[in-house]
Design a protein around this ligand. Sequence first.
Ligand SMILES: [Zn+2]
Length: 115
Amino acid sequence: MPNKHFCQGPHCHEQCTTDRYLKSKGIIRGRYAYAKIDESRYYQESDKYFCSQGCKNEWLNVNMESIARRTLPPFIEHRRISEGYEKRTTSHEGWQGKMYTSSSIQKIGVDNNAD
Ligand SMILES: [Zn+2]
């Protein structure tokens, strides 16, 4: 295991990005934090706890109320996952009839193409 914390972003493990997706299990996994625990030269302290600015902001949005109440937000010590995802590839007809494909990771059973 890398010398890193797991990202503390409350919704990190629910974001459908290719690097979070594990095809063999059909799951979305939370990321590791951006910086190593013992690496301090180039990073902000918060980089040891979050994979991105987005996750950091999300953590503030979710947890500031508990900070104000003087209660501790949970510390994420295990890699969290979301189950039931698949990669879908679709073909589109583009300009002048040229065909192209695009793929995305989506929740199984959810039809995102419904009009
Ligand atoms: Zn994250």
